[in-house]
Design a protein around this ligand. Structure first.
Ligand SMILES: Cc1ncc(COP(=O)(O)O)c(C=O)c1O
Length: 453
């Protein structure tokens, strides 16, 4: 039985802290309490229906309440909810998933998987494996990490130390030493005022090389980046960017860690983001779309080169890292069913196709004076809000405009996210053209309200 609505709302304010918001602000704005989902729609506790244009948190890729995923979880629950994968015990869904993932990412030469409980865990695992790899390789001085300004790599101390936005860093400093951020290929705003995407890609790759030389190539373990920056505002690089980055890293033997937590499993139109850009990373951190959020799960994949360090006979190489819930049977059962859907329904290709249509229609929003830029790849898009198009000054988070936009969209029946000065769209990959039309209809109405404040 449901708790009466009013109790749920006041109990939330009384007892629960929410990530990424000042509790005082959260308490002034009672949350939208979701009760039920169906495909690309969710329903709140009052029964109001919303189009989920953000797949909750970029993750419910196959949509809400998919029968196949639920059946896989409940079937597993009826057999064994959980058994540890520490040392030499295991469970069938985790084994099946590790085989599925290495097959899926065979083109990237991924050869081993270490499971965890979410994206931040998967990043942390990636960093620790990179450090251990270099120690096993006899290059113990390779301990530093380079990442991008604007990048987001989760909330653990390792990932937070890579994060390229003060908002995620300042409250928790001092962070991990040896982590340095360089310029990202952000066309709309960059240090050089460069408006040609190919030239910007080359400038950024050159900056990577100069940062490597400045730090000393033999002190750097890995470069970590998202194929398209997500939380940083959907920063879509030019197609030449990643191949140039890979070439620079190869020149100095540095590992490439691709944070695929948002881009993995189809979001930008390929099974992983790195593949969309034609490069193969050494390590991939994955979560979110791995099982569309049905049960928390993260996975770190390493390629043959990295794995080989652990395989050398006679070299002690214990992995002194892992989580109680590494390879959780329910989470892995959900992932196996989820990935079967991703493959059968060709969600990477659909994401590319629907994404083209979404981007084309989003450009209509340029008719509103506070829209400065529209960009995206696959089903990952951002609309950048500005005070004026001429000055490009950012419209800040919590501005009345942004608040009005979100409130009006909600009123009209869509969940949208305005993060900083960017309206982010990251719908389930099962979004159709009709859903795009539904979203656009609501967005036009919401922008009309915000413009008339
Ligand atoms: C690129 C990226 N890396 C890491 C994370 C952290 O994942 P989690 O929130 O599951 O810990 C996120 C979360 O949004 C992300 O977008």
């Amino acid at each position: 039985m449901n708790t009466p609505t009013i109790d749920v709302r006041s109990a939330n304010a009384q007892h629960m802290y929410h990530p990424m918001v000042d509790p005082k602000v959260a308490q002034q704005h009672p949350p939208l309490i979701m009760e039920r989902g169906e495909g690309v729609h969710v329903f709140d506790i009052d029964g109001k229906r919303y189009l989920d244009t953000v797949a909750s948190l970029w993750n419910v890729n196959v949509g809400h309440n998919r029968r196949e995923v639920i059946d896989a979880i409940t079937a597993q629950l009826g057999k064994l909810a959980y058994y540890s994968t520490f040392h030499n015990t295991s469970n069938p869904p985790a084994i099946e998933l590790s085989a599925r993932l290495t097959a899926m990412f065979a083109p990237e030469k991924m050869s081993k998987v270490l499971f965890s409980s979410g994206g931040s865990d998967a990043v942390e695992t990636s960093l620790k494996l990179a450090r251990q790899y270099w120690k096993l390789e006899g290059q113990a001085e390779r301990v530093k990490f380079l990442s991008l300004k604007g990048g987001y790599h989760g909330v653990h101390f390792g990932g937070a130390s890579l994060n390229g936005s003060p908002a995620f860093r300042t409250a928790y400093e001092p962070l991990m030493p040896g982590c340095f951020q360089i310029e990202s290929p952000y066309l709309y705003r960059n240090l050089w005022n460069e408006s040609d995407p190919a030239r910007l890609a080359s400038l950024c790759a050159a900056e990577l090389e100069s940062a490597i030389l400045y730090q000393g190539p033999n002190t750097i373990a890995a470069f970590v980046a998202e194929p398209v920056q997500g939380a940083g505002g959907v920063i879509v690089p030019h197609e030449s960017y990643w191949p140039q980055v890979r070439a620079v890293l190869d020149k100095y033997g540095i590992l490439l860690i691709s944070d695929e937590i948002v881009t993995g499993f189809g979001r930008i139109g390929a099974m992983c983001g790195a593949r969309a850009w034609g490069v193969a990373p050494d390590i991939m951190a994955m979560a979110k779309g791995i099982n569309s959020g049905y049960v928390p799960l993260g996975a770190t994949l390493i390629n043959e080169r990295v794995a080989s360090a652990w395989e050398r006979p006679g070299v002690p190489a214990a992995l002194m890292h892992g989580y109680t819930y590494s390879g959780h049977a329910l989470a892995c059962a959900a992932a196996n069913a989820n990935l079967a859907i991703v493959e059968r329904e060709n969600l990477p290709e659909r994401s590319l196709d629907t994404g083209h249509y979404l981007l084309e229609r989003l450009h209509e929003l340029m008719r509103y004076p506070h829209v400065g830029d529209v960009r995206g790849k696959g089903l990952m898009a951002a609309v950048e809000l500005v005070v004026s198009r001429e000055s490009r000054e950012m419209l800040m988070a919590y501005s009345p405009y942004a608040q009005a936009l979100m409130a009006a969209a909600r009123q009209e029946g869509a969940i949208i996210r305005v993060q900083g000065n960017r309206l982010i769209l990251s719908p389930p990959l099962v979004f159709t053209y009709d859903h795009v039309d539904e979203a656009m209809h609501i967005l036009h109405r919401a922008f009309a309200v915000a413009e008339n404040l």
